[in-house]
Design a protein around this ligand. Structure first.
Ligand code: FUC
Length: 333
């Protein structure tokens, strides 16, 4: 544990865990942000495979949500309007007219308590009733565990005292080249998904579309990201030239998402209990703030945000006293 910053008068610490196979992870008490994830390449050399700010002070505002836990609900809520039964709640609008990633504060800008045990960091945070406009006090617990099989296992747990929506994810930007040697356009992506969502101009999910009808968004056979972002499909242009879309995951026990980088030989397979994933290809990354020891560029990293399908708040309402529990496993090869 090391003090790394002071945000709003509060000390911020970083914690590091490692396994016996060359992996290590560093995360902050602020937002539970993963700032470093070192993974061996095909020569056995461990390098960082997530994007981070060069200057830790940028985590305070964290414009890209690098590495954090986002919630109480990930993604966008149109006009910030949340309906639960007969009640309507106005969530904070922090993305134009919409609510994004839990609001201006959200879990991403909260200070979590941490305990460290062998290869596990456990983060806890109690969000008060009404925080960011959401009803109910909620106890949150998230853990990061590194297994000796080179897996990062993220476990999510929450318990509200009123019926309220909960939909958590981690917002790490992966770049498997290691210590960011180049952008992710040469990475290959495979998603077991036959359905994705089209978005409106404000990135609000509109309607489902079959991958069969839009081969460029059919990732059931892996393809390089460069061939996707250069396609003239209007859904790619609408999000700034790339992917920023929800995909429904087809049922299977297999790894539902696979990302690979031919040059470093690293690949990442993702298993999750969640029925959907938002893939975001870093389209909004600009030159500043600086990332990973140099100037930041568009497509520096890719987020694999496992979560519930969008626009179906009913499906992720958690009753008072009930438990929300999810697990996502990132396996590195
Ligand atoms: C992703 C995207 C958003 C936003 C944010 C930083 O989850 O869906 O468009 O840019 O990250």
């Amino acid at each position: 544990m090391k003090k790394v910053a002071t945000f709003g008068g509060q000390d911020i610490y970083s914690y590091t865990i490692s396994n016996n196979s060359g992996m290590s992870l560093t995360a902050l008490t602020y937002g539970a942000a993963i700032t470093e994830l070192n993974v061996p390449n095909n020569q056995g050399k461990s390098e960082n495979v997530v994007i981070r700010y060069d200057d830790v002070s940028f985590y305070e505002e964290n414009p890209h949500y690098l590495g954090v836990i986002v919630g109480r609900t990930a993604g966008r809520t149109e006009d910030g309007v949340l309906n639960i039964g007969q009640e309507t709640y106005q969530l904070e609008k922090n993305d134009g007219n919409n609510h994004l990633h839990g609001g201006k504060k959200g879990l991403a800008k909260s200070i979590w308590d941490v305990t460290q045990e062998d290869g596990t960091l456990t983060f806890t945070y109690i969000s008060p009733d009404g925080e960011d406009g959401y009803p109910g006090e909620v106890q949150f617990k998230v853990s990061y565990h590194l297994s000796d099989q080179n897996q990062l296992i993220i476990h999510y747990w929450a318990k509200p005292n009123k019926r309220t929506p909960i939909n958590l994810t981690n917002h790490s930007y992966f770049n498997l080249t290691g210590d960011k040697k180049r952008d992710v356009l040469g990475h290959r992506l495979k998603i077991n998904s036959s359905t994705f969502y089209e978005l409106n101009a404000e990135s609000i999910p509109l309607s489902k579309k079959l991958a069969d009808e839009k081969p460029v968004f059919d990732f059931r056979h892996s393809k390089t990201l460069s061939e996707v972002v250069s396609n003239d499909y209007e859904q790619i242009k609408i999000v700034g030239g790339g992917i920023d879309h929800p995909f429904l995951l087809d049922d299977s026990q297999q790894e539902k998402i696979v990302l690979s980088d031919p040059t470093s030989g690293r690949s990442l397979g993702v298993k999750t209990d969640d029925p959907a994933v938002v893939i975001y290809s870093g389209n909004q990354i600009k030159e500043q703030p600086a990332l990973n020891g140099g100037t930041a560029e568009k497509y520096d990293g890719i987020c694999i945000e496992t979560q519930m399908p969008p626009n179906e708040t009913e499906s992720y309402l958690v009753d008072a006293g009930a438990i929300y529990q999810k697990q996502t496993i990132f396996s590195f090869y």
